[in-house]
Design a protein around this ligand. Sequence first.
Ligand code: NAP
Length: 247
Amino acid sequence: MSMTVLVVGASGATGSQLVEQLLIEKHKVKVIVRSPDKLPESWKTNVNLQIISASILELSDSEMSAIVSDCNAIASCLGHQISWKGIYGQPRKLVTDATRRLCKAITSNNLQSPTKFVLMNTTGNRNCDLNESISFAQKCVIGLLRLLLPPHLDNEKAADYLRTQIGQNNNSIEWVAVRPDGLINEDEVTNYEIHRSPTRSAIFNAGKVSRINVGHFMASLINNDNLWTTWKGEMPVIYSKLWVDKA
Ligand SMILES: NC(=O)c1ccc[n+]([C@@H]2O[C@H](COP(=O)([O-])OP(=O)(O)OC[C@H]3O[C@@H](n4cnc5c(N)ncnc54)[C@H](OP(=O)(O)O)[C@@H]3O)[C@@H](O)[C@H]2O)c1
């Protein structure tokens, strides 16, 4: 069944892979991007793709409600730019604020059936609903990252918002927070594994996953109701089975 899906962070390295996967599945896709000029030419002529030119946090509440009103699913691949301004400048809570505002917009529309929300998160974040244990050394490093790297805290808070504020029994929103390990670039979807919790240390023994595999898994969650039911309200971890390090 064709769905309408909003992707934020669609101009990014993973977001663009997710958009491609959704288009392959013949869904109607909306993207909100700051610089439409940078998007692939094929997107600009694709009748199934609607490009909204805006900076996500600068949209008003009513504009956001209107954009999400016909969406069956929303996916966020937002992330801070790897630059001094991206890491330490505003908006420090890009991912959390976008998640919170998009969820409020969904709720304000009072739709008949729940909207799926898929958040790209990180294995550096723990699912506090599960008893995920990490070593003392890893706890120290994560504590430092939380203090020194605002984007890490932002990722933690965005998932916390879904876990604690939207929760498991929300009438308007069902969610999955996907946790990739170290991201790499590959051209093709390859075999990947999904786990309820990390099977290796995100800090001292990180695995790898290609952005295209992350996009494929996020699109599959949106596409496939059985997969969705399996992971709804959880924070699945994704690793590629084999990888060639290109990035
Ligand atoms: N690197 C890793 O190994 C790793 C591992 C696990 C998880 N993650 C998480 O995954 C995220 C996504 O990774 P990626 O490599 O796909 O990121 P990316 O290529 O840097 O994409 C980031 C996206 O966020 C958008 N964005 C950034 N700042 C914005 C702002 N102020 N307002 C609106 N949009 C903004 C960018 O839009 P523009 O194109 O307009 O800048 C872009 O679409 C990372 O940032 C990180 O949190 C990373």
